[in-house]
Design a binder for this molecule. Structure first.
Ligand code: FES
Ligand SMILES: [Fe+2]
Length: 340
């Protein structure tokens, strides 16, 4: 049965994903909201249906008020709504009582979290904030609303065997060498290596992004159930933390996007930021493509090795919000703490 795990925190956006005074539609737990950022950087969110005649507020615009804050204006009859959902009716001087209930947000630096109005059952991970404090923000990409349920999308992200199928053409991955899984309850780490078939120099010169690809991609996935997976990658030029976010928009619609952070070891690293973003975009496109080509009710008769990440997702999903005694650790590498 699909579930959107009420009580979990979801990262709705990084502030860079909102243009100043430009309303944006966001969905969470089957509800649509309008979110906007004023020129002081303050972010607000209201239900998206105008309480007059139901127009989408996200299709409207923002009016700036004296203190630099802004209100969202309905595109149908131009009623303005402030952050509390109050409006001023034509011919009146007084604001009305709130006509819309704001969506409660938890702002952590540039990160905009929300429990979607549910009682919090698990804490907001602090890890993204730590990464933002120690890495440079490169950008966001691949903001995609996928026609699938949350569990299916999470299983795909924790399926270590799909790299040489779904993502074969991008990276020419020949096999997945699984090394270790560390189960820490709602957190976990997975380590695996993916040797890549060599591209020729001609291919590389035609597509210079390919110079970024090492002979072996060393993957370290740091997982924070259910909303966040961080892919840690390393090249001689620098380190990247590619953060994959998940948002349950509705039972059968799940949003994903990537926030990319980097730590340069070489000045050339900065120039390569957009190439990393491009890779991220292709990876998500390939995942979305395969997810649209599954018979989702097929009973699983075959189990491959190293499906431990998916076992971890299934266990946490079934027991949410309870954290089960970790029992899935395995592998051959020394223990690490949360950092690399
Ligand atoms: S529908 Fe929004 S002002 Fe009329
Ligand atoms: Fe994938």
């Amino acid at each position: 049965m699909p579930s959107m795990l009420p009580g979990a925190p979801w990262l709705l956006a990084h502030k860079s994903m909102l243009a100043v005074n430009q309303p944006r539609k966001l969905s969470l737990h089957g509800n649509d909201y309008v979110m906007w950022k004023d020129e002081t950087g303050t972010v607000q969110a209201l239900p998206n249906a105008c309480p007059h005649m139901g127009a989408m507020l996200s299709e409207g615009w923002c009016d700036v008020v004296e203190d630099g804050s802004s209100q969202v204006v309905c595109p149908f009859h131009a009623l303005p709504f402030d952050a509390q959902g109050c409006t001023v009716l034509p011919g009146k001087k007084q604001k009305t009582l709130p006509q819309l209930q704001p969506l409660a947000l938890v702002i952590q630096g540039d990160f905009i979290w929300s429990y979607g109005g549910y009682e919090p059952e698990v804490p907001i991970p602090t890890r993204l904030k730590e990464i933002a404090d120690t890495y440079d923000f490169i950008g966001h990409t691949a903001d995609t609303s996928v026609a699938t349920d949350l569990l299916t999308l999470l299983l795909n992200m924790h399926d270590y065997n799909h790299q040489n199928g779904t993502h074969r053409h991008l990276f020419q991955i020949t096999e997945v060498q699984f090394h270790q899984f560390i189960d820490q309850g709602h957190q976990s780490h997975a380590f695996y290596d993916m040797p890549t078939a060599a591209y020729t120099w001609t291919e590389k010169l035609r597509k210079p992004d390919l110079f970024l690809l090492p002979d072996t991609i060393k993957a370290h996935l740091e997982n924070h159930f259910p909303s966040l997976v961080i892919f840690h990658g390393e090249t001689s030029l620098g380190k990247v933390a590619q953060c994959h976010l998940f948002v349950p928009e509705a039972e059968y619609r799940t949003r994903t996007y990537i926030l990319l952070f980097g730590q340069a070891r070489h000045p050339a690293f900065k120039v390569l930021g957009s190439s990393y973003l491009k890779f991220g975009k292709v990876v998500v496109e390939q995942d979305v493509d395969i997810l649209s080509k599954l018979y989702s009710n097929t009973p699983q008769k075959i189990k491959l090795n190293n499906e431990v990440g998916m076992d971890w997702v299934k266990r946490n999903f079934a027991n949410f919000p309870a954290v089960v005694e970790p029992n899935l650790s395995r592998g051959d590498r020394p223990q690490v703490d949360n950092c690399i």
